[in-house]
Design a binder for this molecule. Structure first.
Ligand SMILES: [Fe+2]
Length: 288
């Protein structure tokens, strides 16, 4: 059995793990240790892995309790593993090829978003653009009493069309049809049972039952709390990094990625596969 070394990325969440050999079977005791770490830390980082799509899918599935995973794209590699690319190179057929991404949970608008996202650095030229993470669980646990009273019993409205900002860098995803859902702001994590502060910067349109002014004001206060520096971990990409995170317990974001800037090609896998939507793919543009 390989011995895992674990180094915390922050006092709140995230761990870098070494000692996992991607070329040997992962023994049950190691699987149990990895699942426990994933539940506790929310974000696992492996550096310098010479991995392939099959290993990434395998490890992603292991962490959510199944052996097989696949993603939401039509791209299926010859080894029958499916994945998407997050790539700023033409012809990469990737998702989110350029622009800044506001903090979000993938498929925030769904009743039941999938639990895990993983990214692997296939080709990463420096200087590159990091991925940022913020903890929805820690945000709820530390929410000041006055803010907690303001969100008590309230629901937020989430939709598929991205919010934008004034910087002119935000990637806007547009789908053929709109779909909104109202969900409790204090939302229970379906696996860990922890309470999450369930609003994000990209997909949350507002707070149900409030005027737009009141809603904007409350959302701004919640965002300021969620994305304060102590609640954010930044991953600086290097080629060979494998990063896996809980899509509900953590939100993710990135600064602006430029098309034809330094090469940034990441392989993306979702898990579990039972929850994956195969709905129509979005169109991408830059907001304002
Ligand atoms: Fe995303």
């Amino acid at each position: 059995m390989s011995a895992l070394q674990v180094n915390d990325l922050s006092p709140i969440f995230g761990a870098e793990i070494s000692g996992l050999n991607p070329r040997i079977p992962i023994y049950p005791a190691t699987i149990a240790a990895l699942r426990k770490l994933f539940d506790e830390k929310g974000l696992l980082v492996f550096r310098g892995l010479d991995d392939d799509a099959e290993f990434q899918s395998h490890l992603s599935g292991i962490l959510v309790g199944e052996a097989e995973v696949q993603d939401d794209a039509a791209q299926v590699s010859p080894d029958r593993t499916s994945h998407t690319l997050v790539s700023n190179r033409k012809g990469g057929q990737g998702s989110a090829p350029f622009g800044r991404l506001l903090f979000h949970t993938d498929m925030m608008w769904a009743e039941n978003p999938f639990r895990l996202i993983s990214l692997y650095g296939i080709e990463v030229e420096q200087p590159t653009v990091p991925t940022l993470f913020a903890s929805t669980v820690h945000a709820w646990n530390t929410l000041p009493a006055d803010l907690r009273a303001r969100v008590e019993g309230r629901f937020a409205i989430h939709g598929r069309e991205s919010r934008t900002d004034d910087y002119g860098e935000v990637l806007v995803t547009t789908f053929g049809s709109e779909q909104t859902v109202e969900l409790p702001i204090a939302r229970r994590h379906p696996h860990t049972g922890e309470t999450m502060l369930y609003v994000d910067q990209r997909s949350t349109y507002g707070i149900a039952g409030l005027s737009s002014e009141e809603s904007d004001d409350l959302m701004a206060a919640l965002h300021a709390h969620l994305y304060r520096p102590e609640n954010v971990v930044e991953h600086q990409w290097r080629q060979g990094d494998l990063v896996l995170w809980d899509n509900l317990a953590l939100q993710h974001a990135r600064p602006n990625v430029k098309l034809e800037g330094p090469v940034r090609v990441l392989r993306k896998v979702y898990a579990p596969k039972a929850q994956i939507s195969r709905e129509n793919r979005p169109e991408y543009s830059i907001g304002r």
